[in-house]
Design a binder for this molecule. Structure first.
Ligand SMILES: Cc1cc2nc3c(=O)[nH]c(=O)nc-3n(C[C@H](O)[C@H](O)[C@H](O)COP(=O)(O)OP(=O)(O)OC[C@H]3O[C@@H](n4cnc5c(N)ncnc54)[C@H](O)[C@@H]3O)c2cc1C
Ligand code: FES
Length: 277
């Protein structure tokens, strides 16, 4: 749907009110909100983000963990770490929040058609990767997912993991600390990557998680022969304006609200300190 330019300008700087349609717990401190969608949200491509306001508390960037174009509502998954995220994660069905966006550059889904996609996610990093996998699966592709969580109870979107496996997606899950019922891997993500890269020249990687995990994952992908231009990293920095004006999200020469959060490793490796490039 085409949205007039003046409407986008207003929406870019002014939060619009939106209602929480439902709320569900993903893990001890992580909640998923379904929020009513506006016409702008059809632009919420996987990997982009919105600025969410908890009224009277503040505003933070949060990724789309669903695909509004496919689902007709907006899904955000929020870890309660501080005042704003706690207030947002605590919103009950029917409560109002403020929304600006979508902002930023997402995963390059149009460019990866016919290539082998390996998604590497750590913890809450699965949130922005989830709609990308959903879109790939919907168009008949079979990406690989390597996912690490702190513990089985902290693993997010467990229904999706099962559903993707049933649809032929290769899902490798690992946890730092296993319980007696855990049948998957134990340990960090990077050692699981190399044997999942079968044809490095045709492989494209989407990586999102804690920065230290992304550094080691990027090194593992490079060692496996994947080109730095084909490794896409989702970066996190504090944001305020989200429209390239305030400089809060500066990352070297880039403003991550505008030039990211997803960027090719070839562009950000020096600032991520990935050694093998
Ligand atoms: C592009 C982008 C997308 C994001 N997507 C999501 C998302 O989908 N879901 C989500 O929950 N968060 C996401 N974040 C992170 C989220 O914006 C921060 O957690 C939030 O700004 C914290 O604000 P606060 O006021 O709740 O806590 P603050 O008062 O800012 O921080 C409280 C404490 O938590 C720590 N902290 C801050 N951010 C994080 C973090 N990301 N992880 C762990 N500890 C943190 C701080 O160092 C501090 O100690 C995203 C950030 C960016 C830049
Ligand atoms: S958040 Fe203001 S320039 Fe990026």
């Amino acid at each position: 749907m085409a949205i007039p330019a003046e409407r986008r300008m207003v929406d870019a700087t002014t939060p619009r009110p939106a209602r929480v349609l439902s709320r569900r717990r993903e893990a001890e401190d992580v909640w998923t909100l379904a929020v009513e969608a506006g016409p702008q949200d059809l632009d919420a491509a996987p990997g982009r983000f919105a600025m969410l306001t908890a009224f009277g508390v503040g505003e933070i960037p949060v990724s789309y963990s669903g695909d509004p174009a496919a689902e007709g509502r907006v899904i955000h998954t929020i870890r309660a770490v501080g005042a704003v995220s706690r207030a947002l994660a605590g919103l009950e069905e029917g409560a109002m929040l403020g929304v600006r966006g979508p902002f930023g550059k997402g995963w390059p889904l149009a460019e990866v058609e016919g290539r082998e996609v390996i998604a590497v996610a750590g913890g809450l990093g699965l949130a922005p990767v989830r709609p990308a996998i959903r879109r790939l699966v919907a168009r008949g592709e079979r990406p690989t997912l390597v996912y690490g969580a702190r513990s089985p109870a902290q693993a997010l979107f467990r229904e999706d993991l099962a559903d993707w496996r049933a649809r032929g997606v290769e899902v490798e899950a690992t946890v730092d600390h296993a319980g007696p019922d855990w049948r998957g891997h134990v340990g960090v993500v990077p050692p699981l990557i190399a044997r999942r890269v079968r044809d490095p020249a045709r492989t494209v990687a989407f990586v999102c998680g804690p920065e230290v995990m992304m550094r080691f994952a990027a090194s593992a992908l490079l060692e496996a022969g994947v080109a730095a231009e084909a490794i896409h990293i989702s970066m996190e920095r504090n944001m305020k304006c989200a429209v390239g004006l305030c400089g809060h999200c500066q990352f070297g020469g880039d403003l991550l609200c505008r030039d990211g959060p997803v960027a090719p490793l070839a562009r950000v490796a020096d600032r991520l300190h990935v050694a093998e490039l």
